[in-house]
Design a protein around this ligand. Structure first.
Ligand code: GCO
Length: 255
């Protein structure tokens, strides 16, 4: 009985920003648990490449190319899902950008760009998904936060503010959509080996800091987040909502 709780067979999951990095790892994990996955990105060629790789591995994969900062494109994508009879049961709001610059030098346009991509997008896509989940009486929303959902690091203020907002948006979604049978939770990845972190990984001082500051003394691998995503996407978490689960090698818990 207990393993069945984690079975996603018959469920469809939309993962934003999923042609590579953490989003791809979430898609692989959810597909491995039986879900049909919808990959999203702005680069249609990269999206198709990821989809064909996953199909070759035996997974059921759809693609939806849209920019998560383009509300009209998001609405059109969900209208396409409606027209195709595709019901999104699980939404992973993963897409986001990083922009590292001290606030004294930060242009307001760059501030706004990061907030739009990392926070407002999760609200808009979450709203469109929840509008369709509510009548069905069930749905899973998984927002991707960060260690910076709790703690600030100098030079990444807009990202930190957006990720702090992700934590509270998750609670707001839990507050408003619980009675419709929707659970909204978040995952807080630690320092992960991704393209977005290339500049940090290749900096010996930063790499040393991460390893010293993390109880497990290493960076995390994207596939190490899949289990938490499967849990939050499955019936195993049906009475869990408004939570953020850190998969960070213990970093957030220690001085
Ligand atoms: C940075 C990193 C972090 C990590 C992650 C940590 O510049 O500090 O990009 O933001 O990506 O969010 O949880």
């Amino acid at each position: 009985m207990s393993l069945k709780l984690f079975d996603l067979t018959g469920r469809t999951a939309l993962i934003t920003g999923s042609s590579r990095g953490l989003g791809r790892a979430f898609a692989e994990g959810l597909a491995g648990a039986g879900a049909r996955v919808i990959l999203n990105g702005v680069d249609a060629a990269r999206l198709e490449g990821a989809a064909s790789d996953m199909r070759a591995a035996g997974h059921e994969v759809l693609t939806a190319a849209f920019d998560v900062t383009d509300e009209a494109a998001i609405i059109a994508a969900f209208q396409d899902f409606d027209a195709q009879g595709v019901a999104v049961d699980i939404l992973v709001n993963n897409a986001g950008i990083q922009f590292r610059k001290p606030m004294l030098d930060l242009a307001t346009a760059d501030w706004r760009r990061v907030i739009e991509a990392n926070l407002t997008s999760a609200f808009v896509i979450g709203r469109e998904a929840a509008r369709r989940m509510a009548p069905r009486g069930r749905g899973k929303i998984i927002n991707i936060g960060s260690l910076t959902s709790e703690l600030a690091r100098a030079t990444v203020a807009p990202y930190t503010v957006a990720k702090g907002g992700i934590k509270m948006l998750t609670k707001a979604m839990a507050a408003e959509w619980g009675e419709a049978g929707i659970q909204a939770n978040a995952i807080g990845p630690g320092y992960m080996v991704t393209d977005m972190n290339e500049a940090l990984l290749s900096n010996p001082d930063f790499d040393g800091w991460v390893k010293a500051r993390t109880p497990m003394r290493r960076w995390g691998l994207p596939e190490e987040l899949a289990g938490t995503a499967i849990y939050l996407a499955s019936d195993a978490s049906n009475y869990v909502s408004g939570q953020i689960i850190y998969a960070d090698g213990g970093m957030i818990s220690v001085l």
